[in-house]
Design a protein around this ligand. Structure first.
Ligand SMILES: NC(=O)c1ccc[n+]([C@@H]2O[C@H](COP(=O)([O-])OP(=O)(O)OC[C@H]3O[C@@H](n4cnc5c(N)ncnc54)[C@H](OP(=O)(O)O)[C@@H]3O)[C@@H](O)[C@H]2O)c1
Length: 254
């Protein structure tokens, strides 16, 4: 790769914290960041999956197990996070849940869990990590939004509400912190095969329909996120903030 370009996207010397690193898109992104020079702390509940990811990834990967639907845990982990490699320069909020209930069947419990994990945790973790980013005069926050930030899908009531919130929260976070050198953006993935979307990919007709809705003509592959995430986490995106980048093969333009 051209030397200037590789420097622009390098994460050498940066510390990143990623929620949802035990699986799916969060783990893919966590590995991409380590491969490109960052030291990474992954957060999720499943200790075995985090342990095997960190062993496979090497000494630049560490993890914390925590249930992020519990606000007391959020307070606890925000001090723990900095104990591994120092305070993070980058925060990626990838942990998420989709309870897939029809609007008629949404329960208080699932509503609360969805809003806590998808919307409240990203904000309160960011709020706790921002003071150190301000001191450094540099920071990157990337939230995970969704097609459902803009579109209504069947059985997506609480998920859609949380992801619509993520899009607007991203703009509000950018307004609050960008003047201190901290950019805040969101990635809105199309359909990628993970546990979260198993219900969709286990239905060949639906999966084909989603692929056909894209301009490119296929659903996402995990590695399709590497370029966009490196862009948003590196110097390459210095003047980009408050934006939502659809990584959806053109699903939303048709
Ligand atoms: N896959 C897609 O097509 C797609 C499309 C649009 C948006 N997204 C978004 O992308 C993000 C990643 O989704 P994914 O597809 O990778 O989902 P996934 O494979 O189901 O992974 C979800 C991650 O969140 C963690 N998590 C779930 N509940 C948690 C809790 N209570 N506390 C802490 N961590 C928790 C899970 O780890 P543990 O189970 O170990 O806790 C896991 O690491 C989500 O925000 C999702 O909404 C995905």
């Amino acid at each position: 790769m051209n030397r200037k370009i590789s420097k622009l996207f390098s994460l050498e010397g940066k510390v990143a914290c990623i929620t949802g690193a035990s699986n799916g898109l969060g783990q893919e992104v966590a590995s991409t960041l380590v491969e490109n020079g960052a030291r990474v702390i992954g957060i999720a509940r499943n200790k075995n999956l985090l342990e095997s990811w960190s062993q496979k990834t090497g000494c630049n990967a560490a993890y914390i197990t925590s249930d992020l639907t519990d606000r007391n845990n959020i307070k606890k982990i925000t001090t723990q996070i900095s104990e591994f490699f120092g305070p993070p320069d980058i925060l990626i909020n990838a942990a998420g849940v989709n309870t897939r209930e029809h609007a008629d069947d949404v329960t208080f419990n699932n509503w609360d869990k969805t809003i806590e994990l998808n919307l409240a945790a990203p904000f309160f973790i960011a709020q706790a990590l921002v003071p150190n980013m301000k001191r450094k005069g540099w920071g990157r926050i990337v939230n995970f939004a969704s097609l459902q930030s803009r579109r209504a899908f069947p059985s997506g009531l609480s998920y859609g509400a949380s992801k619509g919130g993520v899009e607007q929260m991203t703009r509000a976070m950018a307004e609050a912190w960008s003047s201190k050198g901290i950019t805040v953006n969101a990635i809105a993935p199309g359909f990628f095969p993970t546990n979260l979307t198993a219900a969709v990919f286990n239905n060949p007709k639906l999966s084909k329909k989603n692929a056909e809705q894209t301009c490119i003509g296929r659903n996402g592959k995990l590695e399709d996120l590497s370029g966009p995430i490196l862009f948003l986490c590196s110097k390459a995106s210095n003047y980009v903030t408050g934006q939502m980048l659809f990584v959806d093969g053109g699903f939303t333009v048709k």
